[in-house]
Design a protein around this ligand. Structure first.
Ligand code: S3P
Length: 188
């Protein structure tokens, strides 16, 4: 890919100038996986969740990696999975959902910047994100009480806003967010 959204002066180029890949970033509960799936259906692209790749490589769930080996080990596994993903980009166009902490790690953000990969931040309030997590049957080792969730969100948000594009997900359903992202990418 030669063009990076947001890095060029003048009007944003149409999406077909970009490599056929997009990375969704944001906090837990932002809808990266559900919006990612909906977006991939809209675009006719495949979908990948980086956490799935981590789990497949490790042969353990995210929760197991955290409880047996700690967050540091999870971050190393996550970085290795991202490197692997980026080294095999040829092939089918893809929507990729990153885990909530992945884009916050400077080495991962640098890898994505080096690859000139379009990143989209799915934004929302800490309260909405916390509630969405509660509604999902997904185990999240870093989601404890709302105060802690909010604190972590405040620390991380300045990293997420560095993504090329931001979509506010407040009060929108999954399909509406996916449609907005597709439109931002130049697909109607
Ligand atoms: C994490 C978020 C999770 C998962 C892991 C760590 C985080 O992904 O990668 O539990 O650090 O915020 P989701 O954002 O998909 O829940």
């Amino acid at each position: 890919m030669k063009t990076r959204p947001g890095s060029r002066p003048g009007p944003r180029p149409p999406a077909h100038d970009w490599a056929p890949i997009v990375f969704l970033v944001g906090f837990m509960g932002a809808g990266k996986t559900s919006v990612g799936r909906a977006l991939s259906r809209r675009l006719g692209w495949s979908f990948e969740d980086l956490d799935e790749r981590v789990q497949a490589r490790e042969g353990r769930s995210v929760t197991q990696i955290f409880s047996e080996s700690g967050e540091g080990a999870f971050r190393l596994a996550e970085n290795a999975a991202l490197r692997e993903l980026l080294s095999g980009l040829e092939g089918t166009p893809r929507v990729v959902a990153l885990g909530g902490g992945a884009y916050v790690q400077p080495e991962n953000a640098a890898l994505l910047a080096e690859a000139d990969a379009p990143t989209i931040f799915l934004d929302g309030t800490a309260e909405d994100l916390f509630r969405r997590c509660q509604e999902e049957a997904v185990e999240r080792p870093l989601r404890r009480d709302l105060d802690e969730f909010r604190r972590l969100y405040e620390v991380r948000r300045p990293h997420y806003v560095r993504a090329a594009l931001t979509v506010d997900t407040s009060g929108k359903d999954i399909e509406a967010v996916a449609a907005e992202v597709a439109a931002m990418l130049g697909f109607q």
